[in-house]
Design a protein around this ligand. Structure first.
Ligand code: 13P
Length: 251
């Protein structure tokens, strides 16, 4: 039985004071959490260390939103896996569609980042998903296949156990247009089948596949009740403690 994993991607929101306030609000609500649900917060880099101290012993996981694939060196403005570990991160979001579209990150770069995260001891939340144009021209499955296959090149089945896949259709991100539970379930089944082909039935059965794209308290239960949807990667609705908690208590 796979657990449900709810992660909040704060994106470029919340300075240090706002982060402290949001974490306090989330901690207030977390007591109602069930055993088979895991909650992860992914604040901006500048709030990671403070957040790590505030969530100590709460069971809440801590993730960053990006990292560089090199160990260290002349990469002005970049952050390494080792730096993330040193401030208490155990997760890192990689391959988010905003990184792909705005910052031009190709599958090959995301693959290097995934491998570095895994060899460093971070658990990647590996994002994939098609654009509206790709859905409309019928290439959703091809795009998902390409992103999953290229992203996971050279990753062992042992390392795959630490990877969470987040299926985030780009057209559903920040638009208020959620994929219907059936639309999301269909792609999740496809991804699981792909993992079976690339790895094994066991890997496919155990991998956590989150859905992301306009998840809110009002639609979380029906999405997360789908048999192959193992959690959510939440953007807008994770910026208020009330609505973020509304998602993990909706399960
Ligand atoms: P929204 O929940 O705001 O649609 O964002 C989803 C997302 O991009 C999470 O990574």
């Amino acid at each position: 039985m796979r657990k449900k994993v709810i992660a909040g991607n704060w994106k470029m929101n919340n300075d240090l004071n706002q982060s402290v306030e949001l974490i306090a609000g989330i901690k207030n609500k977390i007591s109602s959490l069930k055993n088979n649900v895991e909650v992860i917060v992914c604040p901006p880099f500048t709030s990671l260390e403070t957040t790590a101290a505030l969530i100590k012993n709460t069971g809440i996981g801590l993730g960053a939103q990006n990292m560089h694939f090199e160990e260290s060196g002349a990469f002005t403005g970049e952050i390494s896996a080792k730096m993330l570990l040193s401030v208490g991160c155990n997760y890192v979001i990689l391959g988010h569609s905003e990184r792909r579209a705005i910052f031009g990150e190709p599958d090959e770069l995301i693959n290097l980042k995934l491998k570095k995260a895994l060899s460093s001891g971070l658990n990647p939340i590996f994002c994939i998903g098609e654009t509206l144009a790709e859905r409309e021209n019928g290439s959703t499955f091809d795009i998902v296949k390409k992103q999953v296959t290229n992203g996971l090149v050279g990753i062992s089945s042992d390392d795959l156990k630490k990877v969470i896949i987040a299926y985030e259709p780009v057209w559903a991100i920040g638009t208020g247009k959620t994929a219907s539970p059936a639309q999301a379930q269909e792609v999740h089944v496809y991804i699981r089948r792909l993992i079976k082909e690339l790895y094994s039935a066991d890997s496919a059965e155990n991998i956590i596949i989150q859905y992301g794209g306009s998840v809110k308290p009002g639609n979380a239960a029906e999405l997360l009740n789908q048999p192959d949807i193992d959690g959510a990667l939440v953007g807008g609705a994770c910026l208020e403690a009330e609505s973020f908690a509304g998602i993990f208590t909706a399960i």
